[in-house]
Design a protein around this ligand. Structure first.
Ligand code: NAP
Ligand code: F7E
Length: 340
C-alpha cells in the first residue's frame, strides 16, 4: 500500500518541492488548496508534478473544511505548510495572518486528534520566532524566542500548540524551525527573488533599478529543495521532536546583491539600487545564523546547495524565464513590482 501524505500550502514554494520528493519516494500526495476563480499551478508546473498530485479543496480558516478532509483522508502524514508567510505584510494583515497561521493550525491539530490521531504531523515553524535573540551570534533550539512581527507571533503560537498536542495527547507532532530557504520558485515579494528577478530584468535591458529596504540585515539562506528533505526525515523518526534547520552560514543582502549582479557581468551594482523606505519594517530582525547540529546528528541531514550556487541558480532561472516570455511576446510590463 502506498503511504499517503496531505500537504497544505501545496502551490507555495515548499509545498511544490516537498510534493516532488514525496512522489519520488512513492507516496500518494494530496495537496490542499483554496478555491480560486483562476487557479495558478506555476510552481508545481515548474517542477513537472502537477498531474501527479491529487488536489483537494480546503481553507485553513474554515474549520469545517479541515475536519471533513481529515475525516475522509486519514493520511499517514500531514505537512502543514499553509501560511500567510510574508513577514512584511503581516503588520498590515495581522488578523488574517493569525487566522491562517495560528487558528488554522489549531483546527488541524484538533481534527487530527478527533479523527486520525495516528497521523504524523509536521508544523512549519520559523527562525523568525527568535527575533534578535541569540547566543554568541548564533541561534539553537535552546535560544529564547522573542518574535518581532505579527507573523512571528502567529507562528510561535502554532509552534507551542504543536508541542502541546505532542505532550497532552501523545500524538506524533514535530516542528521544524526552518531558517530562510529560497529557490527559483520563491515568491516574488521576498528579497532574494526580488533581487534575482530584478537583476535578470536589468541584464536584459527591461529595467533600470531595484527598490529595496534595509540592505544590512543578514540571513542564513539555504535551498528549499534541501530543506523539504529535513521535513520528511523528521516524520520518519521513532519519536516526534523539534529541529532547527539552517546552513550555518550567514550573509547580508549586500552579499546577495554583489554575487547576483556579478553573475550577469555587473560589478558596480550599487548604482542600480534605490533605497525605498516603504520596504523597511516597523521592527527588523537584524541577523539570523542557525546552528543545526541536532538535525545533522539525529536526522543525518546536511544542506547540499551552497550560498553562491543558490544565488546563481535563482538569477539563471529568472533570466531563462524572462527570455522565454520575451520570445513568446508575452512580456508586456517592464516595471519592478511594487509589493514589498
Ligand atoms: P509560500 O510560498 O508563501 O506558501 C504558502 C502557501 O500557503 C501558499 O500555497 C498559500 O496558498 C497557502 N495558504 C495561505 N493561506 C491559506 C489558507 N487560508 N488556506 C490554505 N492555504 C493557504 O511559503 P513557503 O516559503 O513555501 O513556506 C512554507 C511554510 O514554511 C510556511 O508556513 C512558512 O511560513 C514556513 N516557513 C518558510 C520559510 C522560508 O524561508 N520559505 C522559513 C521558515 C518557515 P495561496 O496561493 O492560496 O495563498
Ligand atoms: O526579508 C530585508 C527585510 O522578506 C529578508 C519568510 O519565508 O523567512 C522569510 O522571512 C530581509 C529582511 O524574508 C527588502 O527587511 C530589504 O530583513 O526575504 P524576506 P524574511 O522576512 O526573513 C522566514 C524564515 C520566514 O519564516 C518567512 O515566512 O530582507 N529587505 N529590502 C527586504 N525584504 C523584502 N521582502 N523586500 C525588500 O525590498
Amino acid at each position: 500500500m502506498k503511504k499517503t501524505a496531505l500537504i497544505t500550502g501545496i502551490i507555495g514554494q515548499d509545498g511544490a518541492y516537498l510534493a516532488k520528493i514525496l512522489l519520488a519516494k512513492g507516496y500518494h500526495v494530496y495537496g490542499l488548496m483554496r478555491r480560486y476563480a483562476t487557479p495558478q499551478f506555476n510552481n508545481t508546473d515548474y517542477l513537472g508534478i502537477t498531474k501527479d498530485i491529487e488536489f483537494v479543496f480546503g481553507d485553513m480558516t474554515d474549520e469545517s473544511s479541515i475536519l471533513n478532509l481529515i475525516k475522509s483522508l486519514r493520511p499517514d502524514e500531514v505537512y502543514n505548510l499553509a501560511a500567510q508567510s510574508f513577514v512584511g505584510i503581516s503588520w498590515d494583515l495581522p488578523k488574517m495572518t493569525t487566522e491562517v497561521n495560528s487558528l488554522g493550525v489549531m483546527y488541524m491539530l484538533n481534527a487530527l486528534k478527533l479523527f486520525s490521531p495516528q497521523t504524523k504531523f509536521y508544523q512549519a515553524s520559523t527562525s523568525e520566532m527568535f527575533g534578535n535573540s541569540h547566543k554568541d551570534g548564533l541561534q539553537t533550539e535552546q535560544t529564547p524566542f522573542h518574535p518581532r512581527s505579527p507573523y512571528a507571533i502567529s507562528k510561535l503560537y502554532s509552534h507551542w500548540l504543536t508541542i502541546n498536542y505532542r505532550e497532552s495527547y501523545n500524538m506524533f507532532c514535530a516542528s521544524g524551525i526552518l531558517f530562510n530557504h529560497e529557490s527559483p520558485i520563491r515568491g516574488m515579494e521576498f528579497v532574494t527573488r526580488k533581487i534575482s528577478h530584478g537583476v535578470a530584468q536589468i541584464a536584459l535591458g527591461l529595467a533600470q533599478e531595484i527598490r529595496l529596504g534595509n540592505l544590512d540585515s543578514k540571513r542564513d539562506w539555504g535551498f528549499a529543495g534541501d530543506y523539504v528533505e529535513a521535513m520528511w526525515l523528521m516524520l520518519q523518526q521513532e519519536k516526534a521532536d523539534d529541529y532547527l534547520i539552517s546552513t550555518g552560514e550567514t550573509h547580508s543582502i549586500r552579499d546577495f546583491l554583489q554575487i547576483a549582479f556579478a553573475h550577469v557581468g555587473i560589478q558596480d551594482w550599487e548604482k542600480y539600487i534605490t533605497i525605498d523606505p516603504r520596504f523597511k519594517r516597523p521592527a527588523e530582525v537584524f541577523a539570523l545564523h542557525g546552528k543545526s547540529d541536532k538535525a545533522r546528528e539525529k536526522l543525518g541531514w546536511v544542506p547540499k546547495v551552497k550560498f553562491e550556487e543558490l544565488v546563481k541558480m535563482m538569477v539563471d532561472a529568472d533570466v531563462a524565464r524572462l527570455k522565454h516570455k520575451m520570445a513568446d511576446k508575452k512580456y508586456s510590463s517592464v516595471k519592478t513590482p511594487v509589493v514589498s
